[in-house]
Ligand binder design. Structure first.
Ligand code: CA
Ligand code: CA
Ligand code: CA
Ligand code: CA
Length: 421
């Protein structure tokens, strides 16, 4: 969210530490025609003051607009109204992301939610295109009385590999044209706090998904499914109901093929549905992944601690082998236990972690000094990873859309071209 301008808390993401742009993308398959320099998008309501000092006006306290701001000055470039379908229940909370819904041109995607008087929630998802001058709504999807469970983050990723991105919530997927692709409600999925989409099992065609559940009446704790059609592959149940709250995905054990998944029910290899560590009390804390050292298994980032899981020397959460700690360098977490940003922003394929100092007047960027024999294009060249870096919501690990892990195949070379060529 834009800093230095008045803040509309009604539209702010709970994770205000994350930032994103409608930057032109340097990928021939999906080239942006958006704009020549960074534009920043955010929701605005009546009375918001832009960076150039002008005040935004709406007809009343409820109507809102999605605004594109000049990245240099904070001045308004253009705005489009938030769909009015649910405004009778008040203004809407929003989070934004960017994806190539038609496979060619980037769209701004907004998740819009407000509370109905009876305690339920309205949910709308919409897409807009920005042509450098105007922001035009392409479509909006209304949940209405459909059973389509949402969560705390959205992923925008091409779940079926046809080159067009889909919009993914924990319990349903929209096609890029705003139609419902599938809901996991039929499989008993309700709201939960964490989910991931990746090539979790490289031996199985396509992408897979993993999610955790909050107070599912069936006792369901975690589940693993085909991301293209929602077909369940396995589910783990526990006694009674529980709010699992955290879940992670990544290849952290080279003894088992593909990625591992874990919440608080033990560390599982996804493809075999087998515990990789028989003692379920020994597992990393399910927080964030981090590509850091030279090998192809994933390192972990947990509350400022850069950690590595050692399958031969398994330990309880919070006592893993530590590679580095942010506070040893004067860096502080931006939001709860999380950094301001984790992402591959400086090149190579390993990820940087961005913090500030305690006074918040310095950026402190951690980048690896570990050599590697592995040569990959930067992760931001991958559409799924790049989309993920634009998304707001609870900060969760980004994933590429190919298997990145032990024994990986060389991923396809991205179709890179340069703007203007
Ligand atoms: Ca697709
Ligand atoms: Ca797969
Ligand atoms: Ca593995
Ligand atoms: Ca590694």
């Amino acid at each position: 969210m834009a800093s230095g301008t008045a803040t509309d808390h009604r539209l702010d993401s709970p994770d205000r530490s994350r930032r994103s742009d409608l930057r032109p993308h340097h990928d021939g398959r999906r080239r942006s025609r958006a704009c020549g320099r960074a534009a920043r998008r955010r929701g605005v309501a009546d009375g918001v003051v832009f960076g150039d000092g002008t005040t935004h006006r709406e007809q009343d306290d409820v109507r809102q607009s999605i605004a594109v701001l000049d990245g240099e000055t904070g001045a308004l470039r253009t705005a489009a109204p938030v769909p009015a379908d649910y405004l009778a229940d008040g203004p809407m909370y929003a989070r934004f992301g960017v994806g190539h819904l038609d496979g060619v041109t980037p769209s701004l995607v907004a998740y819009l939610k407000n509370r109905v008087g009876n305690g339920g929630f309205n949910l709308a998802i919409g897409a807009w295109q920005f042509d450098g001058e105007d922001l035009t709504q392409e479509w909006r999807w209304l949940r209405g009385d459909q059973d389509a469970p949402d969560g705390h983050n959205t992923r925008i990723i091409d779940v079926d590999g046809d080159g067009k991105d889909e919009i993914v919530e924990i319990g349903f997927v929209l096609n890029g044209d705003g139609t419902l692709r599938y809901s996991l409600a039929d499989a008993g999925i309700v709201h939960g706090d964490r989910f991931h989409i990746a090539d979790i099992d490289p031996q199985r065609p396509g992408l897979e998904g993993y999610g955790v559940q909050q107070d599912n009446p069936s006792g369901l704790r975690e589940y693993y499914y085909d991301a293209a059609d929602g077909e369940m592959i396995w589910q783990h149940f526990g006694d009674g109901v529980a709010d699992v709250g955290r879940g992670m995905v990544g290849d952290i054990d080279p003894r088992f093929p593909g990625m591992e998944v874990w919440s608080f029910s033990g560390l599982y290899n996804a493809s075999t549905d087998e515990l990789t560590e028989p003692d379920t009390g020994l597992a990393p804390w399910p927080q964030l992944g981090l590509w850091w050292d030279g090998d192809l298994t994933m390192e972990l980032l947990n509350d400022g601690k850069f950690e590595k899981w050692d399958p031969e020397n398994p330990r309880p959460s919070n006592s893993l082998r530590r590679l580095l700690r942010n506070s040893d360098y004067g860096a502080v977490n931006a939001h709860g236990v999380n950094p301001a940003l984790v992402g591959d922003i400086l090149g190579d394929w390993r990820e940087e972690v961005v913090y500030t100092n305690a006074d918040r007047d310095e950026l402190i960027v951690f980048t690896t000094d570990q050599p590697t024999d592995t040569r990959l294009y930067t992760l931001a060249h991958n559409p799924a990873y790049r989309n993920a870096m634009t998304l707001h919501g609870y900060l969760q690990s980004h994933h590429v859309d190919y298997f990145l892990g032990h024994g990986m195949s060389t991923p396809p070379r991205p179709a890179i071209s340069y703007v203007g060529e």
